[in-house]
Structure formats: structure tokens, C-alpha cells
Design a protein around this ligand. Structure first.
Ligand SMILES: [Zn+2]
Length: 403
């Protein structure tokens, strides 16, 4: 998505096409034919040619589908300058969305219209936040960048210093009892607020002073929530401001937690490799084979690999072939197919039908066999190792491969 968002045309010549499920391919093609005709009115020769070329490319791609896939189809196509003016090359991206799209849209603009796809990338995971001190507790939920304030309760616990004339022990006992009932209430409200949230990934507890630790020592939270505590943060403030502080620091906290997780995953893999247990493998071919035979427990992919799986198809016969290559080599490869005879029917009609990130390609294969997928950053030493020493693709196996 980032790649697509960064692409810019020289003029208004980048085509975005959204086809929702249920449309007829033929209907879309005839709409595109009209757009091709309309484009002949464009004054600038270059722009006109680029738009018309893009429309033709889109039609070609579209005709490779017998019918619109069940989630619909999105095609981006247009002349993208590679190295300044005059170096434009037609780039095409065919995307089958993860969920059904609703819009039917054709746009020709200086950018690709990716906004209707971005919907699907919205963060669904939710984090609960509780900010506690001896005077009050505030609850909030953080979903992606959206913060929802849920509740605030006050403690009713008196300050630490007794009024004159009161018995010190009696005062202390009363304070303890009030604190305990406050902790109970904190727990009850937390259970009520956070247990029903379906995508609750973790709980962060914040607050100034030691009260938040005292609360955590007791058994006031439902055990599933207790297990979800991922961090305890010292804040300067309570209430709304305390929540804001936690939110500000949450990316760093979540990243740190993820790094620990990534290190552990990679160390599990290295253990199998180091002890020669036969329960680990790496490299695209080996991993793909293991995935297909359903023996992969965890698939490890480095987000640092910029490699795509290209599908070549013949538009005249049923010839098809897949190849893996560096992302930046795709345009040259596509060019090299021009006029090349199909190995099967000898007609020069072979085209790139699809170029999919290798990460997505393998992740889809993993999904089919119920395999866990872990995409590791290159921010940790272990993540670097996955990328550099193991080609960015590795797997921990359920059992030894039979071959
Ligand atoms: Zn052919």
C-alpha cells in the first residue's frame, strides 16, 4: 500500500479500477472501451498515449478473469516515471481484496486511489488502559489510533495523614479496608469494561506512585485480564492526562513487546537448527514444499525481503508459470515478454498476470494449512539474522520432513 501511495504520474494518467463482486467482466470491459474513446480527446499526446495504454493494459488483465473474484477486484495501472521525465513505464497492480469491496469506480488521476483498500488495513487489535492512583482510576481503550475513554471512578480513600486526636492504628486499619474495597471496585469495573471486548490484545497499567503495583499484587482482576497485562508504566498524572501519557508511550511499549516476541520466535528456530533436530528449514523452495505438505508449525518471514512472486500467463492458451524475483526487476521482466512466443502455443501473447509480494504469497499458502505466520522486523539482531543468513524465509516444523 505504501508503494502504491508513493506512485505519482506525470499528469492525470494513472488508472484506478474497483470492481465489486457480482459485476460482469464484459460490462466492465465495455465501460473501459468507452473510457478509451473519451481519452482520445486529451490534448497532450504523451498523456493521451499513456492513458490509452493503461486502459488497454487494464482490459487485458481483466480478461484473464473468467468472472469477478468473490471479494471483487482492484487494478491500478499507469505510466510511472522511473528516473525523471521521459523514463515512464507502465506499471500494473492487480489486487484481490481480503474482504468484499462495495465500490464500483474508475478514476484517472495523477495518483492511485487506494483509499477504498485502506479500510481493510485498519487496526483491529484493542489495548485496554487503566491508570490508577490512590485517589482515582481511569479506564480507556485504544484501537489503532482511536482512543475511547470508558470510565473514571474515585477511591474514597482518605489521605495518608490522620486528623489530630485519631488513633493511629485505627486510622491505618480503616484506610487499609477502604483501599481494599477500592481495589475490588477497580477490578470489577475493569472486568465489566474489558472482558466483553472481542479483540483485546493486551492491558497496560499506568499511574504515578506505588498504588498500581499494590493493585496488581491482589487478585482483583479476572485471570484472563491479568494474563493480558503487557506493561506497567509510571506516569506523572492520573485521570485523562495519565491516559494521554500512556497512549503517547504505547507505540514504544508495543514495539518493545513485539521485539521480545520476535527474538523468542527466532531463538526457537535457531534452537532447532543448532541442535539439528530436523524440525526447522529455510529458503523459499524448502519452505514452500514444507508448507504444501502441511508440516509447518510456524512460518517466519522477514519484512525486509522485497521479492515478488510473478505469475506469467498466455492469453491465447492455458500456459502459466510462476517465478520469484526482486520487486524492482518486474518492469524489465514484463518488457522482456513483449513479442516473446508462448512456449506452448507459440503465439506471442504471454503477459504478467500477477505480481504478488512473496510474503503475501507464502502467508496465503500458510493460511490454507492452518499455519501460524510471523512477520519479523529487521529491528532486532535476530530479525537481521533471519533476513541475512536465512534469506528472510524460514519455518519451524511440526514433524520432520520425510524426504
Ligand atoms: Zn500460449
Amino acid at each position: 500500500m505504501e508503494t502504491l501511495a508513493s506512485k505519482e504520474g506525470r499528469g492525470t494518467e494513472l488508472v484506478s479500477l474497483y470492481v465489486p463482486p457480482g459485476r460482469q467482466i464484459s460490462e466492465v470491459v465495455s465501460m473501459l472501451k468507452q473510457e478509451y474513446g473519451t481519452a482520445s480527446n486529451i490534448k497532450s499526446t504523451t498523456t493521451r498515449k499513456n492513458v490509452q495504454d493503461a486502459v488497454v493494459k487494464v482490459m487485458q488483465r481483466l480478461k484473464l478473469f473468467r468472472k469477478v473474484p468473490e471479494n471483487g477486484l482492484v487494478i491500478f495501472c499507469g505510466a510511472i516515471p522511473q528516473n525523471g521525465a521521459g523514463s515512464e513505464r507502465i506499471e500494473t497492480y492487480v489486487i484481490t481484496p481480503p474482504e468484499p469491496i462495495q465500490v464500483y469506480l474508475y478514476r484517472c488521476d495523477s495518483r492511485f486511489h487506494i483509499e477504498h483498500l485502506q479500510e481493510f488495513l485498519k487496526e483491529k487489535e484493542t489495548y485496554g488502559i487503566i491508570v490508577i492512583d490512590a485517589s482515582a482510576t481511569t479506564y480507556a481503550a485504544l484501537q489503532g489510533r482511536h482512543l475511547e475513554r470508558m470510565k473514571e471512578i474515585t477511591s474514597g480513600v482518605p489521605g495518608k495523614f490522620r486528623a489530630g486526636g485519631q488513633s493511629a492504628r485505627r486510622f491505618e486499619r480503616q484506610r487499609e479496608a477502604k483501599l481494599l474495597s477500592y481495589f475490588k471496585r477497580i477490578g470489577e469495573h475493569a472486568n465489566e469494561i474489558f472482558l466483553p471486548l472481542p479483540d483485546l490484545k493486551g492491558l497496560i497499567i499506568g499511574g504515578p506512585g506505588p498504588t498500581k503495583y499494590d493493585f496488581q499484587k491482589g487478585d482483583h482482576l479476572h485471570y484472563t485480564l491479568k494474563d493480558k497485562i503487557i506493561a506497567t508504566i509510571d506516569t506523572a498524572y492520573v485521570g485523562e492526562q495519565g491516559i494521554e501519557e500512556v497512549v503517547e508511550r504505547s507505540p514504544e511499549v508495543l514495539r518493545r513487546i513485539r521485539y521480545v516476541e520476535e527474538k523468542r520466535i527466532m531463538q526457537d528456530f535457531l534452537y532447532e537448527i543448532g541442535h539439528d533436530t530436523g524440525l526447522a528449514t529455510y529458503g523459499e523452495n524448502e519452505v514452500r514444499r514444507s508448507l504444501k505438505s502441511g508440516i509447518v508449525k510456524t512460518l517466519l518471514l522477514s519484512e525486509g525481503i522485497d521479492v515478488v512472486r510473478v505469475t506469467v500467463k498466455c492469453t491465447a492458451c492455458d500456459y502459466t508459470k510462476q517465478e520469484t524475483m526482486k520487486n524492482h526487476l518486474v518492469p524489465d521482466f514484463e518488457q522482456s515478454l513483449n513479442g516473446k512466443p508462448c512456449p506452448k502455443c507459440a503465439i506471442p501473447t504471454i503477459v504478467v498476470a500477477d505480481a504478488k509480494d512473496l510474503i503475501d504469497d507464502l502467508a496465503e499458502l500458510a493460511e490454507e494449512t492452518g499455519t501460524e505466520v510471523e512477520v519479523l522486523s529487521v529491528e532486532t539482531e535476530e530479525g537481521q539474522m533471519l533476513k541475512k543468513s536465512f534469506g528472510g524465509i524460514a519455518a519451524i516444523l511440526r514433524y520432520k520432513s520425510s524426504n
